[in-house]
Design a protein around this ligand. Sequence first.
Ligand code: NA7
Length: 531
Amino acid sequence: MACDVLVIGAGITGIYQLHRAREAGFDVQLLEAGNGVGGTWYWNRYPGARFDSESYTYAYLFSPELFAEWEWQEHFAEQPETERYLNHVVDRFDLRRHIRFGEKVTSAEWDEASATWTVRTAGGAEHRARFVVAATGIFSVPYFPDVPGREDFRGESFHTASWPTTPVAFDGKRVAVIGTGSSGVQLIPAIAGQVESLTVYQRTPNWCTPLNNGPITAAEQAQLRADFEVMQATLNTSSHGFLHQPHDRATFDDSRDERWAFYEKMWNSPGFTKLTSNYTDLLLDPAANAEWCAFIAEKIRGIVDDPATAEQLIPRDHRFGEKRPPFVTGYYEAYNNPNVSLVDLQRTPIVRLTEDGIETADGVGRRFDIVVWATGFDFGTGALLRMGIRGRDGLALTDHWADGPRTFLGVQTAGFPNLFFPGGPHAAAGNNPRYNGDQVDFVTDALTYARDHGCDTIGATAEAEERWTAMVDKGAAMAPSFGECSYYFGTNIPGKPRKYLLNSGGRPKLFKEIARVLDTDYAAFTLSRSG
Ligand code: NA7
C-alpha cells in the first residue's frame, strides 16, 4: 500500500491526525496493532479504568457538533464509555475505512532517493508513504518487572495495560495485584467486592486523593452545551489543559484552621484540582507540600480501620506531585474489607512466583488463581524505540536516543525527515489530549506547508532539536526540589537513561515555539525537493 501520510496508532491522537490530514487533502492510511480503536483506551480495559481528567475536557473540541451530540454520562468516564465515544468519532467522520487493524509495525526505514518511508508490519505487509506520523503514545508498552518465576505461574495472569477484550471472571477467585500506581488503585476497589480474597503487593504507596466522580445531570449537560465556546477558549489557553482555576494564596498565608478547611475543600473537589488549584506554593515549598501530605495522611488514618495497614499506605519517600498522583474511588476503604490484605514489599520483597502463587522474603507463599500485574509502562519512548525506526544514512532511532529522547516540539527528531510523533515524549505535562491536539494541528500545518511549497522533505534541524531538548532538560520536573523518582524520568525501568520525558514548560512553551516557527517561515526545519 502506498499513501501520502501513514499514521501509526488509532488512539486519541492518531484518530485526530487521520481526520486532520484527510481534511487537508492528503491520501492517508492508519495502521493499528489492536483490533479496535482507542489506543490506551482500547488496551487498558481493566475493571475500574477511567479518566481522571473531566470527560468533556479530555474529549475532542474541534467539532462543536460532535461536542453537542455526545452526552458523557459521568464527569470522569469509565473506559467502556470512552471506547464507545472514540468509535463514534471514527464513524461520524468516516475514518474507519482508512484504518487497518491488527497491523503491528516492526520497522520503518527512510529512503533518501525517493523521499519515502517503508514501513513493515509483523504480518509481513509493506507500506510506503511520504510522511509517517507515529501516534504511538506514551502509555503503550506494558512493563513487566523481571521477577523470577513469572512464567511458572499456572493460574491466569494479566497486565492492566493489555487487558483481554473478554471479561475476566473474578468471582470467588484468590487474586493478587502487584503495583499500586494509578492503574492498580483503580482496579483494587473495583474488584474487591467480587473476589474471594485480594492481596495487594505494594512496593511504594502513593498519595491517593478522591476523584469525586458523579453522573452529569441534565442541567449540567445543558450548561456544558451552552458554555461550549467559553470552555473551549479556557481549555485552549490553559497552560496544562484543564478548566480548573489556580488559587491565589500560599499555604502559610492561612492559619492552620484555615488551611485544614481549604484542604477539606480540595479533598472534596474533582480530580486534578488538588494539583492545579491548591495553594500556589504546593510544588515549590517543601514545607507547604508536607502540610498537604500531613492532611492526606490524617485522612488515610481516618479511613483505614487497621492502624498498621493505614501506616503502610502512607508514602514516606516522595512528596505530593513528585510522582503522578492517582485519583481514586473507594481505594482506602477497600482495605476495610475483610478479604483484602496488603503486603508491604519494602519489608518483604517478592522472591519468586511459583506454579501456584507468590513467595515473599519472609518465607510466606500465598496461593492465587489470578495474578494481575499493574506494574506500569515503558513510558514516553517505549513504543517509538521498539518500531525499528531508521532515518537518514540508516541511523537507528535507538542510537540517536541512546542517552534519552532528543526532539523538536516533541514532534520530530533531527535526521529522521518526514517522521512526526505527536503525543510522544517532550510534549505534555497535564491533560494529554489538549497538548496532543496542539501537536497534531502543528503537524498538519507543517505537512501542508511542505506540500504547498513543492517540497517533499521536511525535517527539524539539529539546532532546533538541541534548543527544545535543552529547554526540556533544564526545566525538568515540575518543581525544583523534586527528585527523579518516577516514570517521568524513566526511573521505573532498569537501565533506562534518566531523562525527563515530559515538558514542564507546558503549552505556553509549545505555543511560543510554534509561533516562532510560523514567524520565521519554518526556519527550524530543512525543506527540500527530491530528484
Ligand atoms: P505506574 O504509575 O508506573 O505504577 C506501577 C506500579 O507498579 C507502581 O506501584 C510500582 O511500584 C509497581 N511496580 C513496578 N515494578 C515493581 C516490582 N518489581 N515489584 C513490585 N511492584 C512494582 O503505572 P500505572 O499503570 O499504575 O499508571 C501509569 C499511568 O497511566 C498513570 O500515571 C496515568 O497517567 C495513566 P514503585 O512505585 O515503582 O515502587
